[in-house]
Design a protein around this ligand. Structure first.
Ligand code: SF4
Length: 192
């Protein structure tokens, strides 16, 4: 005789797994796979210290071999550029080409943003803040590199006399307008 288990509430983990599967399925589009889309998004959002194959591998939690294959495909299709960059002449700087920016404008995950637009504003804000905190917590627990933006970084320096001017205290360089909102591989969360 079979015994039916009492129904249990769906856990957050199950819910996120289901959403993750839906999000992955959406991203087999325009001849690209989910990893390739994620790489394009990263290159578009990363700051000048982070547009490298190594930082991309850390962001994706992927091996350098997997990332290398992803970059070869994206470059062959004309979506990204690779050029020498940084202080080390051997390092590679990744960039998004015009064609890459154009395909990214058709990012299939925008369907999720459109679905989010159906939620009330306060529910959307709470969901974003909660997912952000959950992601950071999971990355710390999994000993994964945490990426973030200057505004929440311990190295971010501003000048009270010149609020528009800001600087990276780690790289000892000024940050251009807008850079403080880009993803950084050397981000270190400031204490709350
Ligand atoms: S302030 Fe922090 S996040 Fe911004 S560039 Fe420097 S290390 Fe990266």
């Amino acid at each position: 005789m079979s015994v039916s288990a009492a129904p249990t509430p769906v856990s957050i983990g199950e819910m996120l797994d289901r959403l993750g599967r839906l999000a992955r399925a959406l991203q087999f589009a325009h001849g690209l796979n989910p990893t390739q889309w994620e790489a394009l998004r990263f290159i578009a959002r990363a700051n000048r210290y982070s547009r490298s194959p190594g930082a991309l591998a850390a962001f994706l939690g992927a091996t350098k071999g997997t990332v290398s294959q992803t970059l070869i495909t994206l470059e062959e299709r004309g979506f990204i550029t690779r050029s020498p960059g940084g202080k080390d002449r051997r390092s590679i700087r990744l960039g998004l080409s015009e064609k890459g920016a154009a395909i990214l404008a058709q990012d299939p995950t925008r369907a999720i943003d459109a679905a989010m637009d159906d939620l009330p504003t306060d529910a959307r804000a709470a969901l974003m803040a909660g997912m952000d905190a959950l992601l950071a917590s999971l990355q710390r627990r999994g000993d994964r590199k945490v990426f973030g933006v200057c505004r929440g970084c311990v190295h971010f320096e501003t000048d009270a006399a010149m609020p528009a001017a800001c600087r990276c205290g780690l790289m000892l360089e000024p940050l251009a307008s807008g850079e403080e909102l880009q993803l950084c591989v050397t981000f270190e969360a400031a204490q709350a």
